[in-house]
Design a protein around this ligand. Structure first.
Ligand code: MG
Length: 257
């Protein structure tokens, strides 16, 4: 008994000493609180509310209420533009950004019409896809029961949202998403994609590891693809409204230096 306790006590001590040794060997480019360390870029965040920060690419907003940044499947995007809102035209197909994105921060607002009858996955469904293939679900999820890995805020078919922060139909929901793309080397996955998602300011995906391209009723798998890809909005047959979409291209994650 005593020997066991003693050995259990020694293990963490050895581990700590090992860690200290590792840290002591590490060198950094910058001193702590180094005044010569380059300052981050200044970005005007816009006024409180739903305006975009100054370095964002506006995908659609009151300032450019059109679909000029989007394309349909091999043709013009055919969704409706209604004031500052873009509305899914059921049956016209998904729309994609003309611009390709890698690591990205996306802000987009969406609303399921109040009078829309919804049941499970039907009636109030759309989605935001990164790289044309990894879906963050858009769904009427306030009082609507469905499988949890298909709720609003889910990574469809992979992870339920951490909580259900979806507003009632007729009210606007706000997505703020950080999507880090996967890395492929020699035709194989070297690093998976990760997504962090806030729904209405509430964390619903916490740097979740993406398991592969979104699939319905099947386990997701990766297939190698380019380092960038379009953002796609889904036409699932329902007239979902979107507004205030903007994206910021992200530099690679900061490494300690
Ligand atoms: Mg969907």
């Amino acid at each position: 008994m005593n020997a066991t306790r003693a050995s259990l006590g020694i293990v963490p001590l050895v581990a700590l000493l090992g860690l200290a040794a590792v840290q002591a060997e590490r060198t950094f480019k910058w001193k702590v609180h180094d005044m010569s360390r380059p300052a981050p870029a200044v970005v005007d965040p816009g006024t409180a509310g739903s305006t975009a920060p100054a370095d964002a690419i506006i995908l659609f907003a009151a300032s450019n209420p059109d679909l000029s940044k989007w394309t349909g499947n091999g043709s013009d995007a055919k969704w409706k533009v209604n004031g500052n809102e873009v509305v899914v035209e059921p049956g016209s197909g998904d729309i994609k950004t003309k611009e390709a994105f890698g690591d990205v921060q996306l802000h987009i607002e969406w609303m399921i019409p109040a009078d829309r009858k919804v049941e499970g996955q039907h009636g109030g469904n759309s989605g935001v896809f990164f790289y044309d293939r990894y879906e963050i679900q858009v769904l009427s999820s306030n009082g609507n029961v469905t499988y949890v890995d298909g709720m609003a805020g889910s990574l469809y078919g992979q992870y339920p949202p951490l909580v259900n922060a979806c507003r009632p139909q007729g009210q606007w929901n706000v997505y703020d998403i950080v999507f880090r793309g996967p890395v492929f080397k020699d035709g194989k996955l070297a690093q998976p994609a990760y997504a962090t998602v806030f729904l209405n300011g509430v964390l619903v995906q916490d740097n979740a590891e993406i398991l592969g391209a979104t699939a319905h009723g099947a386990r997701a798998q990766y297939s190698p693809h380019e380092a960038t890809g379009p953002i796609r909005l889904q036409d699932h047959g329902d007239p979902i409204h979107f507004r205030n979409a903007w994206a910021r291209k992200l530099a690679p994650r900061a490494a300690a230096e």
